[in-house]
Each structure stands twice: as C-alpha cells, then as structure tokens.
Design a protein around this ligand. Sequence first.
Ligand code: FEO
Ligand code: CA
Ligand code: CA
Ligand code: CA
Length: 599
Amino acid sequence: RGKGDRGKGGLRFAAVAPNREDRLVVPDGYESAVVVRWGDPVLPGAPEFDYENQTAEAQAEQFGYNCDYVQFFPLGANRGLLWVNHEYSDEALMFRGYTDGNAATEEQIRIALAAHGGSVVEIERVDRTGRWKLVTRGRRRYNRRITAQTPMRFTGPAAGSDLLKTAADPRGVTVLGMLNNCAGGTTPWGTVLTAEENFNQYFVLGSGAPEDQKAALKRYGIDTASTTPGGRRFDRVEERFDLSKHPHEANRFGWIVEIDPFDPDSIPVKRTALGRFAHEAATTAVARDGRVVAYMGDDSRFEYIYKFVSKKHYIPGNDWHNRTLLDEGTLYVAKLTGDSPAAEVDGSGKLPADGAFDGSGEWIPLVSGNVSHVPGMTAAEVLVFTRLAADKVGATKMDRPEDVERNPVTGAVYVALTNNSNRAPAQADEANPRAYNKHGHVLEIVEHRNDAAAKTFTWSLPLVCGDPADASTYFAGFDKTRVSPISCPDNLAFDRDGNLWISTDGNALGSNDGLFVMPVTGSERGHLRQFLTVPLGAEACGPMITDDQRSVFVAVQHPGEIDGASPETPKSHWPDGGTSQPRPSVAVAWHSRGQKIGS
Ligand code: FEO
Ligand code: CA
Ligand code: CA
Ligand code: CA
C-alpha cells in the first residue's frame, strides 16, 4: 500500500448515485449476495420458510425479522459466526390480511414474539472470495435463536431490587426475553453486547397506569393517558405485557444484554450497571489503566450520551474475571459546552465565526456501584430510571444519539445523531446547531489524553448531513461538490484503516438509504462517498467490515416498509424477486478481484 493511498484512506471506488431501485446497488467492481433471510432455517432441523403457513414453532428455529446489528466472529480463515439482532416485527408485512393487534390471531402474536431477539448463524467463505454463505449441513453447533421468551438473568447493582420484581420473578433476578434490540457492540473477551431500544411500544395499560409509576412510564415513552390497547397486543398471549397487572414488567426491558455467541447454552445477561434507556449500542474500549469503558446512546429526541467505566481492570485471558467487569463501575452522562458565543448559534446551521461547531465537555457521574451521585435517588433508581437521573444533573439533550464507535487508529469516538424534528431554534446549541434537524449530524469526541476513562473531552461536528447544496451542511471543510448527499446517520463502523462507515435510516432527501464512507483524518477528512444503497423502504444496518477488509456485511432492515405497503400490495420484492414478499436479510458485498472494501 503506497503513501498516497494512505492519505486518501485507501478509498478509490466511484460513489453510487442516489436512487430508488428495489435492489442492493454496489459500486463498479463490486458484487453482493444475500447471506441469510427472514425465515431461513437457523437451528438444525428447522423447517424451510413458508410464507403462507407460518407458525411460532417454526419462527423460533428460523432467522428472525428485521435484522439490525451484525457482528462477525471468525472461526479460522474460511468459517465464522454471525451475530444478528432482530429488532422488531412488522406484522403488516409479515402476515397476509393483517390489520392490527386486536384482530390478530394468537398464533400471529406468538410468531411476532419469536421473530424478535437475535440469531447466531455459522457461515463459510465461498470460493476464497469475500463472499460468505450459510453453513447448511453438518453440526452447526453454535447456531442459536434468542427470542422475546428466552430466559435471561439480571446482574449488577439493580438486580434483585424491588423495581425489577414481578409476580413471575419475586426475586427480581430473571426475565424472559429481550425486545427491540437495535445496535450493539462486542467486548474484548469476545461476547456480544446487544441494546434494547424502544421497548415502550410493547406494553399496554389495560385498566390504567399504576399511579406511582406514571411519571417514570411517561419519561420512558409509555402513554399513560391511553388505556385503549393498541399495537401488537403481546398482552393477549402473555399477560405480563399489561402494566396495569404487572407494573414492573417494563422496568425489565431497556438494558444492555451480554451474550456469548460461542456458547449456545449460555444464559444471556442484562447488565444493570449500564443503565436503562432506549439503548442504541454499546461500544467498548480499554482505558489506559486497563479499565473497560462502554459508550452508549439513548435514541430519542433530546436524550443523552452515556459511558460506563468499570471499577476493575481487564485481564487478557481471564475470562471468568472479565465477565464480571460490566457489573461494577461508574455510569456517566455527557455534558457538552460550545466555545462560540450563543448568539452565533441561531439554529440555521451557519458556522460560527471560529469556523467550527466545537467545544469541550465533561462526563458527569450518576452512580458508582451501589452509591448514587444523584440527590433524591437511590443507586437502583438511577439505574432503572436513568433518564430521570440524567435530567437532574444538567446533561446535554442531543438530536437522537444512535450508534457510537471508536476509531481504532486514533482513539477518537464518534456518535451518530440521526435527526430531531422537534428542536426549536431557541433550543439550538453548538452541539445540536440546526433547528428542526431533518438530516442529522455526526459528533466527534476526543477524550482527554485520548484515555477512554477520562472525565473531560473536546468535541466537534465533522459532518452536518443533508444535500451538499444546502448551506447548512458541513463536510469537515471538504469540497462539497465532491461529496455524496447523506441523511439520517444511524449505524457507524470503522475499517482497520480508520475510515468511518455510516449507514442511514430514513433518508429525508427522498432516495433509498445506504452505506457511506468518510476518512476522518488527513486531507481527505470529510470526503464522504456513498458505497451502496439498499432496496425500497429499507434502512441499512450493520454495517460490519471484516478484519481482512475483504467483506462488508449489511443488514437490510424492513425492505418494503412504506406507508400503505402490505402483503397484498408490497412495495418491495427484495430479495427473492418476482411477486414475492420482501424479507429482511443480511447481505455481503465484496470486491470482485479480492481487493479491500473501498478500493
Ligand atoms: Fe433502532 Fe435507534 O434505531
Ligand atoms: Ca465553535
Ligand atoms: Ca439504529
Ligand atoms: Ca434509527
């Protein structure tokens, strides 16, 4: 690899143009293929997908719906495991004739419960290329399905607290299933961290909200005024989803869940020390002194960015010890302060006189182990009602913090802020500088001394998204005539060269969502280019670039999810084509001649 190559981040592909095609579009010189689709058999002996004859029993053994976070764990050069989140079910696209949860059959509700969670699937390389496919023969001993009914346990300071106790679990230490697992991360000891996000949408308040829970439920997006049961009506098959009967059940969702992809018999663990909110992701780093840090976003409008710092140190190879690290430590929330006069930040997105949206920040401690730092709240309350705690300490309300990733080359930390239609001009600040932020932006955090455990940091916005012709966009000062339009950044990833990969959800510019890449250092900083687009109605999740940089996995979530789309009138037929129903699927793209992704 030449020097000039390094300066450009090694990126030479010609950008994919915005489009409305019902297929995966990759740059010239690249190919793509589907790896695993909704309904493909995961467990040995599972039935083949049969759209017209779905059962809950089959779904619990098949790949779930709406694939989101993707992680790849190599098993040698030509085999590996994929971990995939299944965020949510879209019944209108899953079932013919579906109207709503009240009219759904109980079997449809059970299928939806089984379509949530996650999958572990073993994959193998095809013909020494960057292409991978499902292993469909032989032992497949790692393959696993986790659903909304899989037994899990709680650990950490809030485990066993009254706030987690229910009739089914009077000790507050076990729970069935995980819900709305969006993005995620990995640990240095090789496990997955998967993030429960919008869990609020699964609960009903049959005979009214419990009075003492109302404020907390409201702060977590559960409409306490409405007792008309709507949504998926999981409560029709599992009473625990009715909070008027089981008021603490909602407290048992909204956590970071740790799962060992190599042990299909292991019990997933909800780590309460990492707090409870609409968790988007958890990205770990090892601090200078060996403590483990997890960065996390809370994806709702005006929510916060958090980080957890373990008390004890990571010991390479000591698995038993390392698996206790996320149970004890300090949970912090971010406060960001701009360095330009407030009068120069008017909500228009115009750069301040110093030429940058930037400033300094601090990590405010909320709770350390069993010690609360928030007046009037116990440690358990801070962990279960983390949003309420963060409200009290003056944290900075952000434009929907989604994925967080750390640059493996520089150590800088990046946060996708997807959009915020509700921010009024008077609420603009230097870290969230556009009112009614339709297209979102990306935040760069540089920790003090580049130490992940630091208590202070500096920050800037290298990317303010939108059509580059729009004066309120910013591409780190790069020539805007040479960049791709981008809207609603959601998931982030780095390749080994330190290029930032960004996938989008909800492109407000009107074309399909996709995957982009942008160098963040050198003269190419800000040179954003679109690498692929996903089919109609889909968002692009994952993404995951393998360590050998020959493959990029992308989860194509909710193809065909367009207003008015149904099995009768699908707006997408991806990936099976013809008149088929769309199927959320993980795809892989690779360079035809085996060059690294982005070449
Ligand atoms: Fe599930 Fe925040 O995206
Ligand atoms: Ca500034
Ligand atoms: Ca997301
Ligand atoms: Ca999103």
